[in-house]
Design a binder for this molecule. Structure first.
Ligand SMILES: Cc1cc2nc3c(=O)[nH]c(=O)nc-3n(C[C@H](O)[C@H](O)[C@H](O)COP(=O)(O)OP(=O)(O)OC[C@H]3O[C@@H](n4cnc5c(N)ncnc54)[C@H](O)[C@@H]3O)c2cc1C
Length: 451
């Protein structure tokens, strides 16, 4: 029996009725994307989000290739009408304070897609979730999915505790896990592979009245390396005169034996002249947030009747702000595959996950650029040596990760290696079990004001 919200109230174990074509766990950007695109195709979609929106989330900088998914979602007009700061470039400042020329996205591709946005996530995620509702998704907030139901190895639905405390069973033909770093299925099915080299942490806060670039650079993300090259700062201008500024560095270096988050953050600011200058005279408007940021990926994107998208599939170090792109892109790829699965009535792992190898190739490319940066790659130096490849590097920075053309950059990059240096190891080349056992991604949210 279906109630007014279309949720099966099946009572006990008599669960037999299909309440929705698709159930989505989590209402972040990945969940909202997959849900909206499926509803556009006439599928009935139930989405369950454990929080009440708007809620805080880290990850504020979009990159241009999100444009195409936002377009399919009918989000572009909403983005254009929003207060979000327009982002047109990214710039790198090296450890000795030398700034690369900005990578202007429009110089690479003179199309409106080259302008993207710096978003306050509580606002952006709410916009995306409400957009899903407008397309017919039944999105429930304050509704925590407790478990994914299986018959044999086939996912058949979820058990969810609704806002009022009532527990229900919801049957579905396909279950999409978009639960972010909580990774419901990843944990249950032990699918996570920790990256062997990307073991970072982050501490960040929000400022008012900090330095603001002007004109074309007004919304630029600036990446500033610290003097001892141990870490880097992100500098992301947001609307209402706010800036998000965070330090990313090896986890052990950042958190072991160094005092409070505030002490560590301030010490790192002092090691980064560019960051210190930009923050001179600014007021801090929140406490200090912190995360352990170990990168990981799952060994597969799908199984019989289930699919993983966004951070529930994988998380990559935030250096190039690729998280939202990968959330939107995986949501889009998954929605197209799920639609095809309904057309062919084939809900096998292979049918639902046909997009997995393509997604992994894209993540491999941006991961390689992340690893090269941590291994000493210098954008300014590369462009001076290979000016004809500035466009290809910009392709990577805008998130154009899914075409072979970007692979042109690797051999020239290797030609600049110091003697004895080798290319980065693969994400799945192995993390010792005793190391993996101690890994856990956690978020510390301070009390008080929140963007
Ligand atoms: C320090 C840091 C900086 C970053 N900076 C950037 C950046 O500048 N740009 C960028 O693009 N990305 C950035 N990212 C990455 C970005 O935050 C993520 O990749 C992105 O939020 C992933 O979206 P998602 O929808 O997969 O997951 P989420 O946005 O985490 O959404 C998952 C949702 O699932 C819900 N949920 C979880 N469990 C359950 C459950 N059991 N039942 C119901 N709901 C559930 C959660 O409440 C949440 O709302 C950064 C990440 C970190 C850690």
């Amino acid at each position: 029996m279906l109630d007014a919200a279309g949720v099966a109230n099946l009572g006990g174990s008599e669960a037999s009725e299909c309440a929705a074509d698709v159930v989505v766990i989590g209402g972040g950007p990945a969940g909202a994307t997959v849900a909206t695109l499926l509803a556009q195709q006439g599928r009935t979609v139930q989405l369950f989000e454990r929080e009440k929106f708007p809620r805080f989330h880290v990850g504020e900088s979009l990159i241009p290739e999100t444009y195409w998914t936002l377009k399919r979602l009918n989000m572009l007009e909403k983005m254009k009408r929003s207060s979000f700061v327009k982002k047109r470039s990214v710039q790198f400042v090296s450890a000795n304070g030398k700034a690369s020329a900005p990578f202007y996205f429009e110089d690479n591709n003179p199309h409106e897609c080259s302008q993207t946005w710096q978003v306050v996530r509580s606002e952006f995620d709410l916009l995306m979730l409400n957009n899903a509702r407008e397309h017919g998704v039944e999105a429930h907030e304050g509704a925590r999915v407790l478990d994914v139901l299986f018959e044999g190895d086939r996912a058949t639905g979820v058990r969810v505790r609704l806002e009022g405390g009532e527990t229900r069973t919801v049957r579905a033909t396909v279950v999409v896990d978009a639960s972010g770093q909580s990774g419901m299925l990843m944990n249950r099915l032990k699918l996570r592979t920790w990256d062997p080299v990307l073991n970072k942490g982050a501490i960040w806060t929000y400022w008012e009245g900090a330095h603001q670039d002007t004109g074309r650079d007004e919304g630029a993300t600036v990446i500033l390396q610290t003097a001892d090259r141990q870490g880097w700062f992100w500098y992301i201008p947001l609307h209402d005169n706010r800036v998000s500024v965070g330090i990313v560095a090896p986890f052990e270096y950042l958190f072991k034996g160094r005092g409070t988050h505030e002490q560590v953050y301030q010490e790192e600011v002092q090691k980064c002249l560019g960051a210190a200058e930009r923050l001179k005279g600014a007021n801090r408007v929140s406490g200090y947030f912190a995360t352990r940021d170990f990168s990981y990926r799952c060994t597969k994107v799908s199984g019989p009747g289930w699919v993983l998208v966004g951070d529930a599939f994988g998380f990559l170090d935030p250096l190039y702000s690729s998280g939202l792109l990968l959330a939107l892109k995986s949501g889009e790829m998954a929605a197209d595959s799920i639609n095809e699965a309904f057309q062919s009535q084939d809900f096998s792992e292979e049918r639902l996950g046909s997009w997995g190898p393509g997604l992994n190739r894209g993540i491999d490319r941006i991961r390689r650029l992340v690893c090269e940066f941590y291994d000493g790659f210098n954008f300014g130096n590369f462009v001076r040596n290979y000016p004809q490849l500035k466009g290809r590097i910009t392709d990577l920075l805008i998130g154009d990760l899914f075409e072979d053309k970007v692979d042109e950059v690797w051999a020239p990059m290797e030609s600049l290696y110091e003697a004895g240096k080798t290319a980065p190891v693969a994400w799945n080349s192995g993390t010792p079990e005793e190391v993996a056992a101690n890994k856990l991604n956690e978020l510390y949210i301070p009390a008080g004001a929140m963007p």
